[in-house]
Design a protein around this ligand. Structure first.
Ligand code: GLP
Length: 246
């Protein structure tokens, strides 16, 4: 794992965006995996700025997002589809026909939806670069800490820690946060050719220490990234604050 510690989120976003922009300019039809949450927002802003300057076009990329809340319409302001439209896709020339998402279906339809998504990633030849954030509990996508690593997309019951971190977005619009989500499995993430993870702020410090210095265990799902041959982890000083001398 390549660990890069930078001054702040802005510096991280410039370098992370550059990785994606270079990839797209090298291969306009790249298959890119995107993430939601606060961590990637700055990076998306830098990609939009480059797009506006005519330095990159997203027209031919195919996208796959990591996860989506269960039983939530994609036009809901808190859906991850809406988030991506708002923070990246809608502000660039992304072709929405090439945007792929796990649909926020009801529980009874989750199995078929997960299978469809797995097949679609395979059909597109896999993901060239997957962008990741990390949960305060070490989750990636919505792979929560547990007894085993999940390989392919699945329906997950969210942990209390994740609900505590994310419920503010739902409370802000007076709705209740779904207790379940559909997510790529750890296996889907690991099959990506390249992985870029971004973490900022002191709330991520413990998860980052486990990711970088701990053993590989499903109790910290992100820890499996150690076994991937091309992972870049971008940290700010706060998220790196518990790491030993490097
Ligand atoms: C969310 C998402 C993850 C994201 C993580 C961190 O719940 N499912 O994909 O990486 O939690 O979010 P944030 O970047 O807002 O801290």
């Amino acid at each position: 794992m390549k660990v890069i510690i930078l001054e702040n989120a802005y510096e991280i976003s410039k370098q992370a965006a550059e990785i994606f922009i270079k990839q797209i300019n090298k291969k306009p039809g790249s298959v890119l995996g995107f993430a939601t949450g606060a961590s990637p927002v700055e990076t998306y802003k830098r990609i939009i700025e480059s797009y506006e300057k005519g330095e990159v076009s997203l027209k031919h990329i195919t996208t796959f997002n990591l996860d989506e809340y269960a039983d939530l319409d994609r036009e809901n302001v808190n859906s991850y589809y809406y988030f991506m439209k708002d923070n990246l896709f809608g502000k660039t020339d992304v072709d929405f026909n090439k945007v792929n998402f796990l649909a926020g279906v009801k529980h009874e339809d989750a199995e078929a939806e997960c299978k469809r998504y797995y097949e679609k990633i395979k059909e597109e030849g896999g993901i060239d670069i997957q962008l990741l954030g990390i949960g305060t509990n070490g989750h990636i996508g919505f792979n929560e800490p547990g007894e085993e690593f999940m390989d392919t997309p699945f329906l997950v019951k969210l942990t209390q820690s994740t609900i505590d971190s994310n419920k503010k977005y739902f409370e802000a619009v007076g709705t209740e946060m779904p207790g379940y989500a559909l997510t790529m499995g750890v296996g889907d993430i690991m099959r990506s050719k390249k992985i870029v993870l971004i973490a900022t702020g002191a709330s991520k410090a413990k998860a980052i220490k486990e990711l970088i210095e701990g053993e590989v265990t499903p109790h910290c799902p992100a820890s499996i990234l150690k076994l991937h041959s091309d992972v870049t982890v971008f940290l700010d000083k706060e998220s790196a604050s518990l790491l030993g001398d490097r």
